[in-house]
Design a binder for this molecule. Structure first.
Ligand SMILES: Cc1ncc(COP(=O)(O)O)c(C=O)c1O
Length: 369
């Protein structure tokens, strides 16, 4: 990040370096093109329709979301191809999904016969059909059926149900966020793809064609070289990167597009400065799925400082006593987890060469239903 000095905005403020964003997006798109796979970025990272549109303009096939409400925001903004990489099971959400499917192409994940029955009943009642992808557990141990036989059995059970169309399989190897080395990241990535290719093969033997075989997280895709049989990737965080990606060894500070500008409101001692943002600006995220960040709550740009403690509206930095930082000065900090931070702000400021050039409404923030 060339310019660590924050521009003139009130703080705490969310800043997006638009040149870095474009570079990150182009790089992942290039990888997808070279590997001859579709890129379907997860937009839960930025939650901004204009950035989703930029991803599509640069070549993405469609977008991925986690929630029906995120899909609604993106559809409203004109995005036409949306995959909900999650389980949708409540009646309210299923009805909203059916309504949405009349306006845009929408597909959805599922991992149980119970979810499939509910989905089928809602769509059959509306005279609609929906394409679904079976979620495979490739090691995260969150949602998903086990690879191989369990996936085949679920397909065989769901194939009987009306209004559902089998489209493929997807997985997210989020356990990569607990990796202790780049070699471990590579191993998880290899396992993620291999598991999916084997499951697609097992399905084929059972007479099912998985048209889409979809993998992806930012770490497993940053080091990916392609895999015969995988034809879609769904990274999300790569648009911004963050301190967690740096700690895993898959990104550099120069690739981090998102930062928070904050003002020093107190310098009680040489070793301590307090800024005007705490857990309601930085989130309390110290690392997802296992890896604890050693460096506090973010990377303080251009200063020998650690954001060591957060209360809701205060961030306490431990400083080198020689560091020149006075009350009223501003600092810029790369957060640990960009996706969690974006969800805390109403708007973000787009910058080029240190100047604010655009303001974005974070239209899907808070859309967790
Ligand atoms: C199902 C699914 N797909 C894709 C992603 C994107 O992964 P990342 O945030 O590492 O880019 C996530 C992230 O949580 C996810 O849950």
């Amino acid at each position: 990040m060339k310019n660590p000095h924050p521009p003139a905005v009130d703080t705490p403020a969310l800043l997006i370096d638009l040149d870095i964003v474009r570079r990150n997006l182009k790089e992942m798109q290039k990888k997808a093109d070279e590997c001859k796979v579709d890129l379907r970025p997860h937009i839960k990272t930025h939650k901004i329709p204009e950035l989703a549109q930029l991803q599509l303009d640069l070549g993405a096939r469609g977008i991925t979301v986690a929630k029906v409400s995120e899909a609604e925001v993106m559809a409203e903004a004109g995005i036409k191809d949306i995959f909900i990489a999650n389980q949708v099971v409540s009646e309210t959400k299923l009805n909203r999904l059916a309504a949405l499917s009349k306006k845009v192409y929408i597909s959805v994940g599922l991992d149980s016969i119970s979810a499939a029955e509910k989905l089928s009943a809602t769509f059959a009642a509306s005279g609609l059909t929906i394409e679904y992808l079976i979620e495979i557990n490739s090691g995260l141990n969150r949602c998903g059926v086990l690879p191989g036989r369990e996936a085949v059995e679920l397909y065989q059970a769901t194939d009987e149900l009306p209004s559902l169309q089998f489209k493929g399989i997807f997985t997210h190897a989020g356990q990569v966020y607990a990796a202790g080395s780049l070699a471990e990241v590579m191993e998880v990535s290899r396992h993620e793809s291999k598991t999916m290719v084997e499951t697609a093969r097992a399905l084929k033997e059972a007479g099912a064609n998985a048209e889409i075989v979809s993998v992806g997280s930012t770490p497993t895709m940053k080091i990916w070289q392609g895999q015969e049989g995988v034809n879609e990737i769904r990274p999300g965080n790569y648009i911004f990167h963050d301190a967690i990606q740096i700690s895993l060894g898959v990104a550099t500070v120069e690739e981090c597009a998102l930062s928070i500008a904050a003002t020093v409101i107190s310098r009680p001692s040489g070793e301590r400065a307090v800024i005007d943002g705490g857990s309601k600006a930085f989130s309390s995220d110290k690392g997802a799925h296992g890896k604890e960040m050693a460096s506090g709550f973010g990377i303080v740009l251009g200063k020998r400082a650690t954001l060591a403690r957060l209360s809701e509206e205060h961030g306490v930095m431990n400083l080198d006593p020689e560091e020149l930082l006075e009350v009223g000065d501003t600092v810029r900090i790369i957060p640990n987890h960009a996706c969690a931070v974006v969800n805390l702000f109403d708007r973000a400021y787009g910058m080029r060469s240190g100047e604010i050039v655009e303001e974005f409404k974070i239209a899907a923030r808070g859309k967790s239903q």
